[in-house]
Design a protein around this ligand. Structure first.
Ligand code: SF4
Ligand code: FES
Length: 367
């Protein structure tokens, strides 16, 4: 693709920190987490936000780790808003009391997404490795009390899929405007823990039926979003809406990434905001251009009609499963590597783990 043909991105995922009070075993953050002293300073983030505006970005998502741990969150929110962006906060809810919500709202925050793990407090707390459910509930109520739109995000896996109905009822009771039912995507820590997280085919089918029933019942009242379980699908997701097509990520230490987990691809090097402008990185860097468009695709993607829908799937997944990011995503049933996914699902099914996620290796505490 010629540089002049590269479309502008519309969203920026600003990962402000990898520090986090929780230890979720499905975390997609990298195994090597950025340390506090490696994080970008406020001034650099403000410049990043200005460059994002100049590049055409109209949505800024502050994420992490736990972005509330950054004391400059209000200042960054205010700048993103001044720049005309829709500003969203993605948080665990830990540390989000009504005063903080109000400060963020006054700074210009448009919406908040709170993660929750289960409707049962004891299961939710075991998944994240500490008592947090009640704090999350209070955070959700504070968001509503301050009049901001509330999204609840629940990452689904073997240990909570059977509890989907109570989870939906809980979201309703908490007044959520939107509920994301996000089947685990296997990157980072989730990839490491995937044998224990992978649900059975039957579990997924039962949960999908519950989702459909309630999505219909709640139509017009609460939006339910079902993020397809990759390893159980026939075709891959249109990851990131296509590589270098609609969004970019800035990691806590300032790497410019086409997707949050792209750093795992060892033979790609990523530009840093310390030495590159966002515009130059977006248009000219090898990292953003390597898998842009359709020319890079191997068969069967190259001659497949679905390439306009899924853009050949996920490059990180291809890399993690085959060691080559340029191969067809093995989730696709037409990929010659599809057996890797099938075998993984089968092997996970045969494992009889008695343990619950609290006993799994979670994110190392670096706080
Ligand atoms: Fe998508 Fe490639 Fe599979 Fe076609 S062959 S469905 S483009 S991953
Ligand atoms: Fe990186 Fe899909 S997660 S391209």
């Amino acid at each position: 693709m010629q540089e002049s043909e590269v479309p502008s991105p519309f969203s920026l995922l600003a990962e402000l920190t990898h520090r986090c009070p929780l230890h979720c075993p499905y975390c997609s953050n990298p195994l090597r987490l950025a340390r506090r002293e490696e994080e970008l300073e406020t001034g650099t983030w403000l410049r990043v936000l200005d460059e994002a505006r100049d590049l055409g970005v109209v949505q800024v998502h502050f994420s992490g780790g736990e972005p509330l741990l950054r004391r400059d969150l209000e200042a960054l929110t205010a700048r993103a808003r001044e720049n005309g962006a829709y500003v969203n906060l993605i948080t665990s809810g830990v540390g989000l009391d009504r005063t903080r919500v109000r400060r963020l709202r006054e700074a210009g925050l448009d919406a908040i997404q709170v993660s929750v793990q289960a409707a049962r407090p004891e299961l939710s707390d075991r998944i994240v490795g500490r008592k947090a459910w009640e704090e999350k509930r209070q955070a959700a109520l504070a968001v509503k009390a301050e009049g901001l739109p509330l999204t609840l995000n629940v990452v689904l896996h073997r240990f909570n899929l059977d509890d989907l109905e109570p989870i939906i009822l809980m979201a309703e009771a908490w007044g959520a405007d939107r509920l994301e039912l996000a089947n685990t995507q296997y990157y980072g820590w989730a990839f490491l823990n995937r044998e224990r997280l992978l649900p059975s085919v039957e579990q997924v089918a039962r949960a999908e039926e519950v989702y459909r029933r309630h999505a219909e019942r709640l139509h017009g009242q609460m939006e339910l979003v079902w993020v397809v379980p990759d390893y159980h699908a026939d075709h891959p997701k249109p990851c990131m809406g296509g590589w270098g097509r609609i969004g970019l990520t800035v990691s806590p230490e300032g790497d410019l990434l086409p997707c949050p987990t792209a750093g795992v691809i060892a033979d790609l090097s990523f530009p840093s905001v310390r030495t590159w402008t966002l515009a130059r990185a977006w248009r000219s860097s090898e990292a953003f251009n390597r898998f842009r468009g359709f020319q890079w695709m191997p068969e069967p993607c190259r001659s497949c009609d679905r390439r306009f829908v899924d853009f050949g799937g996920c490059r990180c997944q291809a890399y993690l499963l085959t060691g080559d990011a340029a191969r067809t995503d093995p989730v696709c049933r037409w990929s010659s590597d599809h057996f890797i996914v099938e075998n993984t699902v089968m092997e996970a099914r045969e494992l009889t783990h008695a343990g619950v996620p609290g006993t799994m290796r979670g994110v190392l505490r670096i706080w």
